[in-house]
Design a protein around this ligand. Structure first.
Ligand code: DSN
Length: 444
């Protein structure tokens, strides 16, 4: 696909009200900036391939499909049903699981569904601690709290940067929770699924693993499969290391749990499930079937190389004693440079997009100006970057923290980014050939 299109705004201005053209200009400017001129290191984002985007931009986005395939409350869904059934099959094969529930429209809705199935008002749940990366939906501040389920944190081992297994097993035996939640949003090393699943099952509890961030690494066989290690249910979103459209999904091998999940996602948390994401998710499943291992492999290599390069450039990179990272993420302590809020803003001025993040040494109250930055390599890997390219990104980042004018670094970033305009790890087809002389008013 030809990615860059010259949009003829003077043509649009002649045809449309000015305010409307302004809307299109804002979208166009966003697309140009975020898609082609920035180095995106937000660990929870990615881009779809042009193929998946083509499948996404369909009439299905206008339709309603409450209920399960072939048992809908609306007519007109013959082809939606075909896609949804196929998606459940193909995703089940890709992830080697029996039951796939694709109707959760986000990772948070997937978690809400599962927590409601497993707990009730007043139940207890043991949750990975914030330092070990739990997501807000796992906590008393998010859907867990909204459901009235008691949030009890698992103990943390600062040296291992992970859950303290011995203390966690004791706590599970003592509390006898309804369920335990592992996985999350900020973690470098795999959580101890097997050890805690055994302990959970011995007291009749279920283990839920939130694989939102690592779903693509699991598909590419570069991250321990939570269900193969004893988790009862996996929840995830479909747009981080798994580079599909924004959405959620739930997996299990337990028929009884699956039936309860399917009855809860609709009608409790979702009515319509945003149908256009289903064919795009299916296209992404096929991409991950054929290219997922190579993609996940390069993500892991890039994350390690990036961490090492950042350390060589003088950054405090967390996890050195454990090889820095086993995921797509790298965590920095930038407190010496003025903290995460200040550095994230400066980097944005240089067209390097990151998010400030709490790191284990921070109190939860430091959320507005934590010590850390969370960096993810998955999107830039999809745009084709390799280890040496990430070494260059580390150099750009050093220039910024050492006081070089961010607008000067921005020029270098825009130039550097011109090498990476094609989505990799997908099928090589030209979907649209655009002759720039036609001046098509496309926005991407
Ligand atoms: N907030 C997202 C993240 O950045 O990890 C997850 O929903």
């Amino acid at each position: 696909m030809v990615c860059k299109v010259v949009v003829d705004f003077s043509y649009l201005e002649a045809k449309l009200p000015k305010d409307l053209v302004n809307v299109l200009e804002i979208v166009y400017t966003h697309n140009k900036w975020r898609r082609y001129e920035t180095i995106n290191l937000i660990a929870s984002e990615n881009v779809m391939s042009p193929l998946a985007e083509m499948a996404y931009m369909s009439d299905m986005m206008h339709r309603y499909a409450e209920g399960k395939p072939k048992k809908r409350y609306y007519q007109g869904l013959v082809y939606v049903d075909e896609i949804e059934i196929k998606l459940m099959d193909v995703m089940g094969d890709l992830f080697n699981v029996k039951y796939v529930e694709p109707r959760a429209i986000s990772g948070t809705i997937a978690n809400a569904t599962v927590f409601k199935v497993l707990g009730e008002y007043g139940s207890k749940a043991l949750i990975a601690p914030v330092q070990a990366g739990s997501h807000v939906s796992h906590t008393k501040y998010g859907v867990l709290g909204a459901l009235g389920i008691e949030h009890i944190e698992l103990p943390y081992d600062a040296e291992e940067m992970n859950i303290d297994v011995d203390k966690a097993v004791k706590l599970i035996e003592e509390v006898k929770p309804k369920f335990i939640v592992l996985g999350g949003s900020v973690y470098l090393f795999p959580h101890p699924v097997k050890e805690l699943a055994d302990a959970a099952h011995s007291v009749g509890a279920k283990l839920v693993y939130d694989a939102a961030h690592v779903l693509g690494l699991i598909a590419g066989k570069r991250w321990r499969h939570p269900i193969e290690h004893g988790a009862d249910i996996v929840t995830a979103s479909t747009h981080k290391t798994f580079p599909g459209p924004q959405g959620g999904v739930i997996f299990t091998n337990d028929e009884k749990l699956y039936k309860a999940i399917a009855k809860t996602v609709f009608p409790v948390f979702v009515s319509n499930h945003h149908l256009h994401r289903l064919p795009a998710t299916l296209v992404t499943c096929y991409e991950m079937k054929y290219f997922g291992e190579a993609y996940a492999d390069q993500i892991i290599r890039n994350a390690r190389a990036f961490a090492e390069a950042l350390a060589s450039e003088g950054f405090k990179v967390l996890g050195e004693h454990k090889g820095y990272t086993m995921s797509h993420q790298v965590l920095l302590d930038v407190s010496d440079y003025g903290g995460g809020a200040k550095i994230a803003k400066l980097l944005e001025e240089a067209n390097i997009i990151v998010n400030k993040n709490l790191i284990p040494k921070d109190p939860p109250t430091a959320i507005k100006n934590p010590s850390g930055l969370r960096l993810g390599v998955q999107e830039m890997t999809r745009w084709g970057m390799k280890e040496d390219d990430f070494r260059e990104v580390a150099r750009f980042m050093r220039m910024v923290v050492e006081g070089k004018d961010p607008s000067e670094v921005k020029k270098k970033v825009i130039e550097f980014r011109k090498e990476f305009t094609k989505v990799h790890y997908t099928f090589d087809v030209d979907l649209v050939k655009i002759d720039s002389s036609e001046k098509l008013p496309l926005l991407w």
